[in-house]
Design a protein around this ligand. Structure first.
Ligand code: NAP
Length: 480
């Protein structure tokens, strides 16, 4: 079930929010601690105002809530609210036998026995969960993973506590994947909100439409992207839309990772079939691969990992994604000389691709030694980015591969003042924003433009084929 957490100040606006999200949710949680005081006293009316089951929650500050009353008053208000037709009530694990519990049992309201930890994942999490479920209640833990190893621990809950009714949530950025893959954790629901009531919460619409999180079953294949940071990635949108388009029972999830080793252990555990790799792990993954393509060997980095019998195989689709939009111009002789700005991971694959097609390349970078390293491997020239002006009028293609101009620093240009002649093809691999400052200036001069979103789409389509064995469905809007 997808559960919408309601953090409204009035019952009317909470009911309105349920209506707005009705297509995406199965249940909602009324947070009494967010309601105005006069509304709190009318909370018993709320279940009759909506057409889905409601959880009653009155959160204390130590559990991340805003309730300002004494414990005695809080409980009295919960008892009074339970006059309404709530289906569940959340009672914190340290609240011993209380009048709230008695009232809930008398009325047949199911108790959710909850434990919160905003600092960590407690070591004895399995026994804690078991203890919470002892009276036949639903055991709920909302804890904070501090590493990917902690996330892995949460995914093991289902194996350790099969058959126990439970809600398992990893909060914060590491925990986002647990909210999406809640069914794989054996969690009976996941919480969604439109204003991130708890750290890491995502919207109900995204969970339902983008991830189809509620459709996950034991046969659903898990794919994803590892990186740090990773939650901004556009790849989940692209791949999940593709899966939906071909009716493929799979889900693609962003995994914030701090350690590649623990991720490979996890990938084996949940039987992943493949995943994408982004900064800073494109080199780190190499030592876990049993087989790599020629491009991975020569470029020295891998952005796609797929399962093949007995091992993981590494592919590099970045180079292909980059070259696809300009390959005709290279083949028909329009592009012979290129200036590549930047000498990071992406530049390495791009320089390799251009050299592979016989284009003469000069690399410009702020740190000269990094440009020199790529130039040596690929037999090309290099120079300091400060000398960019020297190359005006001398190249057919300019490729921008630095992170300068990337959102939110959209008014920056790594070669400010460069004189475009108008005959250059200018390609900026940044995809957020689509129209970078550099591209705006190139457009003013009449240059032909290429965008980072084209590269992302092409490399993603090839990845999709490697993951599924099918072409990316042409009738689907990838969102890029
Ligand atoms: P990276 O390995 O960290 O390299 C960053 C590059 O930017 C280096 O050349 C660095 O120069 C340069 N740089 C950073 N700050 C600078 C500054 N203030 N002034 C001048 N140069 C600066 O990153 P990456 O993986 O290559 O990615 C670079 C960009 O490409 C990112 O924006 C990423 O989103 C984008 N990208 C797009 C796609 C796509 O499919 N469209 C794929 C991959 C990457 P130094 O060496 O001097 O530090």
């Amino acid at each position: 079930m997808i559960c919408l957490t309601l953090s409204d100040s009035t019952l009317e606006s909470a009911a309105k929010r349920v209506k707005e999200n009705r297509d995406y949710i199965d249940i909602c949680e009324l947070r009494l601690d967010y309601l105005d005081e006069s509304e709190q006293r009318k909370a018993a009316c709320f279940p009759a105002m909506v057409d889905i089951p409601v959880i009653l929650t009155f959160r204390r500050p130590q559990d991340g809530g805003k309730c300002g009353f004494s414990e005695k008053i809080r409980r009295a208000m919960m008892v009074s609210a339970l006059e309404g037709d709530f289906k569940y009530v959340d009672i914190e694990e340290d609240v011993k036998r209380s009048e709230v519990e008695d009232k809930a049992r008398e009325k047949g309201v199911r108790i959710i026995r909850s434990l919160h930890d905003f600092e960590k994942v407690p070591e004895d999490i399995f026994s804690k969960l078991y203890h919470l479920s002892e009276k036949g209640d639903i055991a709920k833990i909302a804890v904070t993973p501090r590493s990917f190893q902690d996330v892995f621990t949460l995914f093991r809950v289902e194996e350790e506590l099969k058959g126990v009714d439970k809600i398992v949530i990893g909060m914060g950025d590491y925990g986002v994947c647990t909210r999406i893959l809640y069914k794989k954790l054996g969690s009976m629901l996941t919480f969604a909100s439109s204003d991130e009531v708890a750290p890491g919460q995502i919207s109900a619409e995204q969970l339902k439409l983008e991830y189809r999180a509620d459709q996950v079953n034991e046969r659903t294949a898990i794919y994803g992207i590892i990186g740090n940071p990773v939650l901004h990635s556009a790849s989940p949108m692209l791949h999940n839309r593709g899966f939906k388009g071909i009716n493929f029972n799979a889900i693609y999830v962003p995994f914030l990772v701090d350690n590649v080793r623990s991720f490979f252990m996890f990938a084996e555990y949940v039987k992943m079939r493949g995943f994408s790799v982004t900064v800073p792990f494109k080199v780190d993954v190499l030592s876990y691969l049993g087989n790599v393509t020629r491009e991975v060997k020569q470029i020295g980095s891998c952005n796609t990992v797929v399962r093949v019998p007995g091992m993981w195989k590494g592919i590099n689709t970045d180079y292909y994604g980059f070259i696809k939009p300009i390959v005709n111009d290279i083949e028909n002789g329009r592009i012979k000389n290129a200036l590549v700005i930047g000498a990071g991971g992406a530049s390495h694959a791009i320089v390799w691709a251009l050299r592979n097609y016989g284009v003469k390349v000069t690399i410009l970078n702020r740190t000269l030694s990094r440009a020199e390293t790529i130039a040596r491997i690929n037999l090309c020239d290099y120079d300091s980015i400060e000398n960019a002006g020297k190359y005006s009028g001398a190249v057919d293609l300019i490729v921008q591969t630095t992170s300068v101009g990337l959102y939110p620093d959209v008014d920056q240009n790594p070669i400010e003042g460069f004189k475009f002649t108008g005959s250059e093809i200018v390609y900026d691999i940044i995809y957020k924003p689509k129209m970078t400052k550099l591209l705006q200036e190139a457009e003013k001069a009449g240059c032909q433009l290429h965008f980072g979103s084209q590269m992302l789409l092409e490399q993603g389509k090839l990845q999709f084929e490697a993951f599924t064995g099918y072409h990316y469905p042409h009738w689907v809007d990838s969102g890029l």
